[in-house]
Design a binder for this molecule. Structure first.
Ligand SMILES: *Cc1c(COP(=O)(O)O)cnc(C)c1O
Length: 365
């Protein structure tokens, strides 16, 4: 057997990709489907690449059960450009963009919207350092006409995740799902727009998936820059300009892999199992590890925790590194530790980390 020396990769993003996906991409790299060239060297207008794009859309539709009221787009500029495109396209001058603040990414989304129109913070857990997701009853909309309600479904930095989504009659729900798309089953029809940078749960960086309700397109104002208008990309099947072809190809392989695992339902069960291993280890530690998130708001994608002292945190990260665990330092804004356990992180990596956490706690209490 060949030793691949694959790390236990807990990076927050870009992050782990499924090994079979990397191996298939490697196999096809220099000669993709008898074209005599790699996917990167194909024209984005070629039949072969169109097949890749169509396959990616079909597989995503199947995995998420996307109704035909919605359109799938592959865009560039990351999730961060969506922070601006959403208000540019869907926030009219007489409307208010409603934002729920649950972490740094929601703050950034709000910051961009503020530059483009009227906004309101309709719920926030900032005061408690984003340890939890607001209760649905706490989402209070202002009296003015609402353009949309924006949420961040999973808070990558703080390690919290919405358990249930708000659903308000007549209000378009928009969600940044960059760090938890395809981690569990969702009802896409409840959302007017879902967006996700690919580099956490979908593939390499460089592609952003947008799933949007076609009805929303009617609201786009005249005069937007062509590339920042969703209509451009809908009309041209995400091929208005040169798309990130290799990224879309990799994404299509990741989607095939999810299907092979048994689809989103099976992945969801596996994700719960992985997260439980780490949260249970923390519980067993009798307060040595403190989870950042409250129990009801815990994420199954980003597990955040602190140790009793900075010295112990440093020692933990150092020893973890020596044992081959990568990416466990918390985000600089909250410190502590974070294990990002996206879909592609294998169960064995979480098992190994849980064992290490137990041992480290026992040796240092
Ligand atoms: C990583 C992340 C982003 C930023 O994505 P880019 O593709 O780098 O712009 C936005 N929102 C969330 C929730 C994220 O996890």
């Amino acid at each position: 057997m060949i030793t691949l020396n694959r790390a236990y990769n807990f990076n927050a993003g870009p992050s782990a990709l499924p090994l079979p996906v990397l191996q298939l991409a490697q196999e096809e790299l220099v000669n993709f489907k008898n074209t005599g060239m790699s996917v990167m060297e194909l024209s984005h207008r070629s039949k072969e690449f169109e097949d890749v794009l169509t396959h990616a859309k079909e597989t995503l539709t199947e995995l998420l059960n996307i109704p035909d009221t919605h359109e799938i787009l592959f865009l560039q500029g990351g999730a961060s450009l969506q922070f601006s495109m959403i208000p540019m396209n869907f926030l009219a001058p007489d409307q208010v963009g409603a934002y729920v603040l649950t972490g740094s990414w929601s703050e950034k989304a709000l910051k961009e919207a503020k530059k483009l129109g009227k906004t309101a913070v309709v719920a926030s857990t900032k005061e408690e350092n984003y340890r939890s997701i607001p209760a649905l009853d706490d989402v209070k909309l202002p009296k003015e006409e609402i353009g949309y309600l924006h949420i961040t479904s999973n808070n990558t930095i703080f390690g919290t995740q919405w358990a249930d989504y708000p659903s308000i009659e007549g209000v378009d729900l928009i969600a940044d799902m960059s760090s938890d798309i395809l981690c569990r089953q969702i009802d896409v029809s409840k959302f007017s727009l879902i967006y996700a940078g690919a580099q956490k749960n979908l593939g390499p960086s460089g592609v952003t998936v947008v799933i949007l309700k076609k009805e929303l397109l009617k609201r786009i104002p005249e005069g937007l820059p062509t590339m920042l208008n969703y209509e451009t990309h809908v009309k041209s099947n995400s091929l208005y300009n040169t798309p990130p072809t290799f990224g879309i190809y990799m994404l299509s392989l990741v989607l095939d892999w999810i299907k092979e695992q048994g689809g989103v339902k099976a992945i969801e069960a596996q994700n719960h199992k992985k997260a439980k291993l780490l949260y249970t280890s923390m519980e067993r530690s009798n307060g040595f590890y403190t989870p950042h998130a409250t129990e009801e708001s815990r994420s199954i994608m980003n597990v955040t925790f602190t140790l009793p002292t900075d010295e112990l945190t440093t020692a933990f990260l150092q020893q973890a590194k020596e044992k081959g665990f990568v990416g466990l330092a918390g985000h600089r804004s909250i410190g502590g530790c974070r294990a990002s356990i996206y879909n592609a992180v294998p169960l064995e990596a979480c098992e190994a980390l849980a064992v290490f956490m137990d041992e480290f706690a026992q040796a240092n209490v």
